[in-house]
Design a protein around this ligand. Structure first.
Ligand SMILES: Nc1nc2c(ncn2[C@@H]2O[C@H](COP(=O)(O)OP(=O)(O)O)[C@@H](OP(=O)(O)OP(=O)(O)O)[C@H]2O)c(=O)[nH]1
Ligand SMILES: [Mn+2]
Length: 179
């Protein structure tokens, strides 16, 4: 087996253990790990991305935000680059929800190319997931707001990956949202 495959298995195992008790907000309470795995898969299968550190960052991208994982722990286990990429896509928990959303819009254009890739795939996965099944308790208005806000973030990520941006543009168009 190639060393990249071994590294990816180690990474997906780490993420699975960290997210082991977390569920998605859908009616079936899907195990949360389907999301980071799906984000990494979008990058490889649809984005044509083979950069192992980007794929690792995708697998780990919600561990610091949603579990007891620290950036220091990621740095010790996976190295500085992967840890920095996860840091770039992690919301500041000290901020209010509205401020967090504003920060994402503001930071997007300044993110590194690798972090922009993870962010694009994260948004693409979540928007497809909303279309598949509305998260529990979300009104139609909240869904539309999520699309409008996501478009503001994606606007700052443009010029990064034409395939992913094309799929996102189509999803926004279906909702009547300008990119
Ligand atoms: N569409 C969808 N999203 C779900 C589901 N379960 C959990 N989520 C997560 O919910 C987040 C989007 O909902 P928000 O209202 O913005 O976030 P919040 O409840 O966590 O504050 C995403 O976080 P994120 O990945 O960190 O991305 P971001 O939206 O914060 O950029 C997404 O992964 C689900 O069943 N469907
Ligand atoms: Mn995510």
């Amino acid at each position: 087996m190639s060393s990249d495959s071994v590294i990816l298995l180690e990474t997906v195992n780490f993420a699975a253990e960290k997210h082991r008790n977390q569920r998605r907000k859908d009616a079936e309470q899907t195990p949360y790990i389907t999301h980071p795995i799906g984000v990494a898969r979008i990058l490889s299968h649809e984005g044509g991305i083979t950069d192992i550190e980007v794929l690792q960052a995708a697998l780990l991208h919600d561990t610091v935000e949603d579990t007891d994982t620290s950036i220091g722990e990621l740095q010790a286990v996976f190295g500085q680059t992967v840890a920095r990429l996860v840091q770039e896509v992690t919301d500041d928990k000290a901020l209010s929800k509205e401020e967090t959303k504003r920060q994402q819009v503001e930071y997007a254009p300044h993110a590194s190319h690798q972090a922009k890739l993870v962010k694009l795939a994260d948004k693409l996965y979540n928007l497809r997931d909303i279309n598949r099944c509305t998260p529990t308790g979300w009104t139609a208005g909240r869904v539309q707001e999520y699309f409008v806000w996501s478009a503001q973030v994606v606007r700052g990520l443009r010029g990064t990956n034409p395939a992913l941006e094309g799929h996102l543009e189509e999803l926004f168009k279906q909702r009547g949202v300008e990119l």
